[in-house]
Design a protein around this ligand. Structure first.
Ligand code: AMP
Ligand code: ZN
Length: 486
């Protein structure tokens, strides 16, 4: 079976993901900051990562997935102080809420979920190593800084190494120097260990450099070096993490070990609302709870978050959720029909992980949907292929021409796609949807493609076919909406 291929942000090329025999495939993902409820923008990144992990595991790769929890930074400390409670008491419920949301989105739990607070000694050791190597220094403010001039490849991931970095690196010349988050206009030596300030109140730890706390970037280097001692095969996060977080992580880890920080960098684009990044600071967010209360179960949210390619921005619209509900209903209906016809059960994710996908895919009608997933995790293409296959199935069902063996083959392929996408195709009571047949969906998908190809003649022809079958199609910024005509 060909290895899954994925775009690598560092080499700017699509490369295969393969496992060396000696150890599990190390997948490190930057996790959430647990100071508030995560929004569905955050979950776009985690759902995309989960889907890739599924594709890797279904391909026979043994993955060790490490995803950290950021429980000490300006935001968690501010939250604990506002409530006048210890930091751990403040972050714990947010960590639990995150875990519950992950479960309802059917995200596979990481094998290790380390937290920054639980790794203070490891972080102090890493700072000491960098000081010993003369790459880090104690500043006039008693904080410890990473000297970016001492690391010639600084900024290679985001490309800031190409920007001329001027002399304003020195701490005394830059006001935002000890901030964890800053932009490319404020490139400077960055903080590894922050000396205690009044606003930290009692949230500090002892270190060889006095009382203080780790800078945000440090935790991921310290935790990945500990939990993935053979190195990171794949490192993931949202695109906003490229700079400075991941460039700083590369600097810390590579300066300390002399080895590449990660073999492959995987960044997913943002979920947007009216062309702005969904974010807590803009307040333009939706949470899983809010959407569930308006009748959209997490399964529909998961489907919708995978409707666009992970390297493209995805605009959040309620149409996306409506379409997701309809599609899930279709998938559930066809799966049930296949179970009935083949007199065999669907195959679960766990069962598929220990089967030979190669033999399952021989002459299987869902092979092209699976291939799309192997090819830079092309989820929209895989969805299109899935519904084209369901259209073909629908024809055979209608003409009673499907035999038991064929039904089994369809069911195996469909089970594989369902497992890879992590779908829960059993709809909840609250989700009432119009029952759109698969062949109408397939026509709509073909029309969307024709529109992208600017083949207006085909577009009109496909619209006529859809109308002739009792449906009208409305173009929307995200694609289309199908409305029954009666
Ligand atoms: P945070 O809790 O802010 O540290 O973010 C957790 C993850 O969510 C990181 O990988 C971010 O890059 C990602 N993220 C934040 N906002 C969005 C968004 N609007 N769309 C996709 N990913 C996001
Ligand atoms: Zn990180």
């Amino acid at each position: 079976m060909p290895a899954p291929k994925l775009y690598d942000t560092l080499s700017k090329s699509i490369k295969p993901l393969t496992q060396t025999k000696a150890h599990d495939f190390g997948f490190y993902a930057c996790g959430p900051t647990i100071y508030a409820e995560a929004h569905i923008g955050n979950f776009r990144t985690f759902v995309v990562q989960d889907t890739l992990r599924r594709v890797l595991e279904l391909s026979g790769i043994k993955v060790k997935h490490v995803r950290n929890l950021t429980d000490v930074d300006d935001k968690t400390i501010r939250g604990a102080i506002a409530k006048a409670i210890p930091l751990a008491q403040f972050t714990q419920p947010w960590g639990e809420k995150f875990a519950n949301d992950c479960q309802s989105l059917n995200l596979l739990p990481p094998h290790v979920e380390p937290s920054a607070v639980d790794h203070i000694p490891e972080q102090i050791d890493l700072v000491q190593t960098l000081i010993d190597k003369k790459i880090a220094y104690v500043g006039a403010d008693q904080s410890v800084y990473f000297s970016i001039n001492s690391f010639p490849n600084y900024g290679k991931l985001s490309g800031v190494d190409k920007i001329e970095i001027n002399q304003s690196h020195h701490p005394s010349k830059s006001s935002s120097l000890d901030a964890d988050e800053y932009d490319k206009d404020h490139i400077s030596d960055f903080v590894l260990w922050k000396h205690r300030k009044d606003e930290d109140a009692e949230h500090f730890w002892q270190s060889p450099w006095g009382e203080g706390r780790p800078g945000w970037h440090l935790e991921c280097s310290a935790m990945s070096l500990k939990h993935l001692p053979h190195g990171i095969d794949l490192h993931g996060g949202g695109v906003d993490l490229c700079f400075p977080h991941h460039d700083n992580e590369i600097a810390q880890s590579e300066a300390a070990t002399g080895k590449p920080c990660a073999q492959h960098w995987f960044h997913s684009e943002h979920l947007m609302v009216e062309d702005q990044k969904m974010s807590k600071s803009l307040g333009n967010l939706y949470t899983l709870n809010q959407l569930n209360d308006t009748g959209y179960a997490p399964a529909s949210v998961r489907y919708a978050l995978l409707a666009g390619h992970y390297r493209k921005k995805l605009n959040f619209k309620f149409d996306l959720l409506k379409n997701a509900q309809n599609h899930l209903k279709q998938l559930g209906k066809y799966q049930q029909q296949l179970i009935d016809l083949s007199q065999s059960p669907a195959t679960s994710y766990t069962e598929l992980c220990v089967q030979s996908i190669d033999s399952l895919l021989i002459n299987n009608p869902f092979a092209s949907a699976w291939e799309a997933l192997l090819n830079d995790l092309n989820t929209p293409e895989a969805l299109g292929q899935t519904f084209l296959t369901l259209k073909q199935l629908d024809k055979q069902l209608k003409s009673n021409s499907l035999n038991t063996e064929q039904a089994k083959s369809y069911l195996k392929g469909l089970s594989l796609i369902i497992a890879a996408f992590g779908w829960d195709v059993t709809l909840t009571e609250s989700e009432t949807t119009a029952d759109i047949p698969a062949d109408i969906h397939a026509l709509a998908e073909q029309r969307l493609q024709a529109k992208k190809d600017k083949d207006w003649g085909a577009c009109d022809q496909l619209r006529d076919q859809i109308t002739a079958q009792g449906w009208s199609i409305k173009d929307t910024p995200d694609g289309y909406e199908l409305i029954p005509q009666n």
